[in-house]
Design a protein around this ligand. Structure first.
Ligand code: SF4
Length: 650
């Protein structure tokens, strides 16, 4: 159990707390919270979570911003007395839960809460790597020696080995990347440090905790590995609550899928060479095996498309033509495993390398030979890496088999789960058709706080003349709003073109995605009066800027997923194959939820007000636009620019 950070609230007298007594008017929360206001929706959600956990039911809750949903699921989770995993999409929310909400609740509960905050392995130090590095004279620079010494000293004092304790450590510190506890080089129980390893300690803490906070990536990485001997992280649990649950189809797809890349094999070669030298088991034969493996990798990966993301269905003809190159690469991997397995006396070093080589072999075999039609196969070029990927076309089957049928209660919550008042889309995509559902209205008065503006004279965004017209429209909106805006795009190309057109014409301080890390840009936006931020998908969600500083959100076009993307194309095809209408069943709902997320950036408190501008007037001109209007909050709506001007009193 971890000790939660302390907060200064007046502890309530120890008493039996119930969900009703906690959230009701005059209840525990009202006495403890300085800004308490009774929220019916919050109590309703808390009751629904309470009964779902008690009755072993699955539940989806759409809870608008400002409903107080974190307390509405934390309190019934704590009161259930069961082990509950809480999985979030962003680090900000994890930190809010662990450093703010749970300490606040601890101050109200008589019994100590047993809570654990788990992060991915790369956040923790590997003791064994520190000891190995200390003996390794090959340091790559003087600065690094200083950093290493600091990490070395800290290793002897820290209890958790969590890098967030090292506040001075830069995000891209090169030593950390060499010393973190990633599974790649971990020998698990064979490691001499296993009993005092920070990862082992994290597992022990989790096993003693009732509430475990993780992120979606860690959760699904664990779920994907649960049936394997190595790598599972979480202890058994009765319920899981996904906050920011609109992201889980994507994340689950990544972890239930498969990926093998040339860089993964090159890393294996590099690590094997370095470790064999350090641990004195390098031989000319091993070196030759590694060279051979490098050559075969280059030969095979060179045969795939070298551009962007592309679907790949030609495994059979590929193997007919290039079966030899594929076979040679499998043999080279086999030869490496055989050499490493024959090496005596260094099992803890060779074991992780063999494990990695075997995983690559399995992945390649699956991608090339399985012919499993429930996956879409595709290639992707990222920098120097070429990735062979397989993604489940329908994530719901894997989710049902691995999670929904195995865990008593799966609870999903987000501000964006419904399309035109219906949960059908989320339920079907995730295999939760039998789950209970609840919608909790937001506390905000959207009709008063926000004006949705859709200009009518712009061309269709698919026409080439759209770019120049959209730039002119953005310019006049920003003039009216005096900057203070997010301009969000559905593609990098459109963002860059419009930014280049506008940069010489605008006086506002401009921030462009890609010029600095995401968090630095958001921080700069908060601190720079009148700033305008140009961004793409990563700014559509998980960004919270309260107050006047963000008074306008402009979106260039309806955020339909690119239909030529191999995963999207395969999902569309699968729906059509089963006689469905992919446009209405998949593409529109997906775009509706993305638009709700993007517009959701604007109103973050009862005092916020501002303009939402959508430059894509297909929403008013085409029939399907109705679905978008029926799904968005009840913003006031206009097509006239004068209303925008009046809104800002220009
Ligand atoms: S068990 Fe793994 S992560 Fe832990 S110290 Fe050993 S090698 Fe490092």
């Amino acid at each position: 159990m971890s000790t939660l950070p302390q907060v200064n609230t007046k502890p309530d007298k120890p008493r039996k707390i119930t969900v009703q007594a906690f959230f009701a008017r005059g209840g525990t929360l009202s006495r403890a919270h300085p800004n308490y206001e009774y929220r019916h929706g919050q109590l309703e959600m808390a009751r629904a979570v309470e009964s779902a956990i008690a009755e072993h039911k699955h539940l989806l809750v759409e809870a608008g911003t400002g409903t107080g949903k974190t307390l509405a699921y934390l309190v019934p989770s704590i009161l259930s007395g069961k082990r509950v995993v809480i999985s979030t999409g962003t680090k900000n929310l994890q930190e809010q839960l662990y450093f703010k909400d749970l300490p606040f609740l601890q101050s109200l509960f008589a019994q100590p809460l047993s809570v654990c905050y788990m992060k991915g392995r790369a956040n923790y130090l590997c003791r064994q790597k520190v000891y190995d590095a200390e003996r390794d004279p090959v340091l790559s620079g003087l600065d690094e020696i200083g950093d290493f010494q600091l990490i070395y000293d800290w290793e002897q004092k820290t209890e958790a080995g969590d890098r967030s304790e090292l506040r001075w450590l830069a995000e891209n510190n090169t030593w950390w990347a060499k010393l973190d506890a990633r599974a790649d080089l971990c020998a698990g129980k064979k490691c001499k440090q296993f009993d005092r390893c920070f990862i082992t300690a994290m597992h022990r803490r989790a096993a003693e905790s009732d509430i475990i906070i993780v992120n979606h990536h860690l959760f699904f990485a664990d779920l994907a590995m649960r049936d394997q001997a190595f790598g599972s992280i979480l202890p058994d649990y009765s319920a899981v609550i996904f906050d920011e649950a609109h992201e889980i189809e994507d994340v689950a797809g990544q972890y239930f899928g498969m990926s093998v890349s040339n860089t993964q094999i090159q890393e294996l070669i590099k690590d094997t060479a370095a470790i064999s030298r350090r641990k004195l088991f390098a031989t000319p034969e091993l070196d030759r095996t590694l060279i051979q493996l490098g050559d075969q990798t280059e030969q095979l990966f060179h045969l795939f498309p070298q551009e962007g993301r592309q679907g790949f269905r030609e495994q059979e003809s590929f193997l007919a033509e290039h079966g030899e190159s594929y076979g040679e690469l499998q043999l080279a991997l086999e030869a490496l495993c055989a050499r490493l397995e024959l090496t005596e006396g260094v099992l803890e070093d060779t074991l992780p390398l063999v494990r990695r080589a075997r995983l690559i072999q399995e992945g390649l075999r699956f991608w090339m030979e399985s012919g499993d039609a429930s996956f879409v196969y595709w290639t992707e070029r990222r920098g120097r890496g070429l990735y062979l990927q397989a993604t489940p076309i329908d994530v719901s089957q894997a989710l049902t088999a691995r999670l929904i049928d195995r865990v008593d209660s799966v609870i999903l919550t987000s501000a964006t789960l419904t399309v035109a008042d219906s949960f059908d889309y989320a339920q079907t995509r995730l295999g939760l058709q039998a789950a209970r559902t609840l919608r909790v209205e937001s506390q905000y008065d959207y009709a008063k706080q926000a004006l949705l503006y859709v200009p009518q004279r712009l061309p269709d965004p698919r026409q080439p003349e759209f770019t120049a017209s959209a730039a002119a429209e953005i310019e006049r909106i920003l003039h009216a709003s005096r900057g203070r805006a997010f301009v969000l795009f559905t593609s990098y190309q459109q963002m860059r073109q419009i930014y280049q057109l506008l940069q010489p014409r605008l006086d506002h301080p401009l921030l462009l995605q890609g010029d600095a890390p995401r968090n630095a840009l958001i921080e700069a936006f908060r601190e720079t009066p009148g700033a305008v931020l140009f961004g793409t998908s990563s700014f559509w969600q998980g960004v919270d800027v309260q107050g006047e500083q963000l008074s306008c959100v402009i979106i260039d076009r309806l955020p339909f997923a690119v239909p030529s993307d191999p995963v999207v194309a395969a999902r569309i095809e699968a729906i059509q194959h089963h006689g469905g209408n992919a446009f209405y069943e998949y593409q529109i709902p997906q775009a509706v939820l993305a638009l709700k997320q993007g517009f959701g950036r604007l109103i973050r408190s009862t005092a916020d007000r501002g303009i939402l501008a959508l430059l894509d007037n297909r929403i008013t001109k085409l029939q399907y636009g109705r679905v978008f209007f029926d799904s968005l909050p009840a913003y006031r709506f206009t097509t006239k620019f004068d209303d925008v001007r009046d809104f800002f009193h220009v």
